[in-house]
Ligand binder design. Structure first.
Ligand SMILES: Cc1cc2nc3c(=O)[nH]c(=O)nc-3n(C[C@H](O)[C@H](O)[C@H](O)COP(=O)(O)OP(=O)(O)OC[C@H]3O[C@@H](n4cnc5c(N)ncnc54)[C@H](O)[C@@H]3O)c2cc1C
Length: 288
């Protein structure tokens, strides 16, 4: 089996290539992207969590699905408006060579998986136009779509002081982190939401304060969170930071956090969506 050229590396592998010894460079068989294992699922319950947040529960091909920790993401596939259902044959093709009929993919956080009941909950922010948002707005029991994943989870260090920052799209991720923290965990959650009616009732350990600010449409996304974090007293203890929100906004947040004597290794930033862009990629770590 031949060695890889740099062009063959996936995005994540490219980031790590400098760390590899020549003898460790994976063989083609191990690294070349296989089409993901696609699971057919159908809607089994729709719950309106708030004005613009909807939980969709799925059942289906989930027998060997599992979550190894908080935040791992899944791909959710939607048919095009003119199609009756998911084109599974197109999804079985390698990513670069799929036909235009291939389903539309969006990225979401598995909010909860109940292996006994075989149910998977995904919480959608209904922000407006977009295949995922529109699906969540009108989802009906029995509706069939598909998912793949999950990805690897967030490497949570539960004993560190936690700073969790995000907008509505990150509420499910932040909730999975909060659920994974011990009762004596300490930290702060800073949320920026568009409308008070969508303020989530976060269940957090007693030592984790929750600050919720309202987005000012005159300002850029994350501007209110940025102002809050500038004023936030970050204790001089080991800390772990998770930030997920609009792509441009998280970069400003990252710059601010790095100016606060935090080390790069302590900070995870994720651009979950980008203003004005449909289908923003899931690889946006905001590190540029
Ligand atoms: C790892 C990861 C996990 C995620 N988990 C979740 C999750 O659990 N729940 C969730 O709701 N979202 C989550 N997101 C964000 C979600 O993937 C995006 O919001 C996605 O763009 C929604 O797809 P869409 O088809 O509705 O809109 P698109 O077709 O992608 O976009 C259409 C238009 O809507 C705008 N738009 C997209 N998202 C938003 C938004 N959140 N607020 C305002 N405008 C928006 C775009 O800028 C564009 O102009 C996650 C993203 C990532 C990368």
């Amino acid at each position: 089996m031949g060695r890889l050229s740099i062009l063959d590396y996936s995005w994540r592998d490219r980031r790590r290539k400098e760390d590899w010894q020549l003898s460790e460079v994976p063989t083609l068989a191990r690294v070349r992207r296989q089409p993901p294992r696609v699971r057919a699922v159908e809607v089994s319950r729709v719950t309106k969590l708030s004005e613009h947040r909807t939980r969709v529960q799925f059942v289906g091909d989930l027998a060997d699905f599992s979550l190894a920790g908080p935040v791992g993401h899944i791909k959710v596939y939607f048919p095009h408006p003119h199609q009756n259902g998911i084109d599974f044959a197109a999804l079985a093709m390698p990513r670069g060579s799929r036909p235009p009929s291939a389903p539309i993919a969006r990225t979401f956080t598995p909010r909860k998986f109940d292996s006994t009941a075989g149910t998977l909950d995904v919480d959608f922010f209904v922000h407006g136009e977009g295949p995922a948002s529109s699906f969540a707005q009108s989802a009906l029991n029995g509706q069939q779509i598909a998912i793949s994943g999950p990805s690897r989870p967030h490497l949570l260090q539960p004993n560190l002081w936690q700073l969790l920052v995000g907008d509505e799209s990150a509420i499910p991720a932040i909730e999975t982190i909060l659920e994974a923290l011990p009762a004596d965990a300490r930290g702060s959650v800073v949320l920026e939401i568009n409308d008070l009616v969508d303020r989530p009732n976060l269940v957090a350990p007693e030592g984790v304060e929750v600050i919720c600010v309202i987005h000012n449409p005159q300002l850029s996304h994350c501007a209110e969170m940025l102002a809050t974090i500038k004023d936030l007293a970050i204790p001089a203890v080991p800390i772990q930071v998770f930030v997920a929100a609009e792509s441009v906004g998280i970069r400003a947040l990252r710059r601010e956090l790095l100016s606060r004597d935090l080390q790069i290794e302590q900070i995870t930033t994720r651009g979950y969506w980008r203003f004005g862009e449909a289908g923003h990629p899931d690889s946006d770590m905001g590190e540029d």
